[in-house]
Design a protein around this ligand. Sequence first.
Ligand code: DHB
Length: 465
Amino acid sequence: MRLLRFIILLCFACGWRVAAAPLSFDATAGERRTMTAPDGRTVPYTAYENIFYITEVEDSTYQTINIFIPDGADGNTPIFLKTNVGGYMASAASQVRSGDVTGRALAEGYVVAIPGCRGRNAVVTGPDGRRRYTGKAPAAILDLKAAVRYLRANDSRMPGNAERIVTDGTSAGGALSALLGATGNHPDYVPMLRAMGAADARDDIFAAVCFCPITDLEHADMSYEWLFSSANAQRRLSAAQTAVSEQLTRDFSAYLHELQIRDGDGAIVTESNYIDFIGDFILASAKQAVTAGATLPADAGFTVQDGRVTAFDVMRYLEWMAAAVRLKTPPAFDAMQVAGGRTTPENDLFGDSDGTPRHFTDFGLQQTSGDRDAHVPADMIARVRMMNPMGYIEDTAADTAPHWYIRHGSRDGDTAFTVPANLYAKLQANRYDVNFRIAWDRPHSGDYDLDELFAWLRQITAQDR
Ligand code: DHB
């Protein structure tokens, strides 16, 4: 190290320019700070901010990363990478906050990385004065992968172990965390990452923490109707919406067949026992809540005696839940002009760079074009694929994360809980370590039960050391 410094000084002394290696972490550029943890402890750390993680920056507002290194971190310290993405919107790199998961991670001694990334609303004005949207799918996952590559490329230049990167996100951010987990090093993303000037390094991660992931978007409409259509009377649907709901509910069965999910005994889950498969998650969640002192709703299918759940009618629960929790009208996601539907965040996400929203499912396209044989074009198929972790979990060209933590609230109506349940099932079938639970009485939200999350993180990082 001393010799290197001497050589650099010599170069300067001789007037030779030493260009900083591109994407090289500068350990001298940090700012010393302290954070007061919720328990009153003072946590000293060094903040490195506004670092571009690619060389061909398209959107300087978002394509940066902030890195926070607590005193005492070394080459073994895991890196907690938090994405703030919500609603598939752009999100800028932010600060650690004492009261949230990032502050908790810092207080636990993790190196905390908070990258920004482009999202569906990110826009730049070109030299010709034209506005161009930069963050339509799959931009966000490309940016986050580039941030992971930056951390890996700089593993030896900073504290923190890039082989122990844990990603965390909620909702659309949970979906991106799942994508980071599923798609490590997959060649689908490589040409675009190269064009962006991402570091030439691996982008697989160690663990993905996913709260209520809004994912599996091309199957999310059918999942939603399958789960919530029993409440169609309360949803006050038009005739056209009812027809759409019924068709999508039927389509879910075909999707289940495609998925080939296995239950805990290794048996293939079919339409007839899928209800039991998901009922088990609900029952486990409710039992845990009762043990913790919660009172279950009287008409939701549970029989509770002496403080224990003694019987469960899953069909009754699903009807109760659909009526209580449903939020969206059919179709829930690819809704643009379908049965009078509005443009959704997802139509916008898959929109064009001039801002025009697009259909991303054959069903949506067929509904609005009137052509029953219409299919989304090849460019859309590729973009949709790159936004869905489900297609990569059993793809041998992907280095999928070994550890997963997935949570979904029982009161979440933003997507059907069958979506995270299917993600769990696919991972489980492919022998990944998955900790999945329905969080009782939780709405669409994330980063809760942090004691539990960090106990799990301690366990997986200790066992894999
Ligand atoms: C989010 C919520 C949604 O209902 C949706 O369709 C997409 C994203 C979110 O909270 O990130």
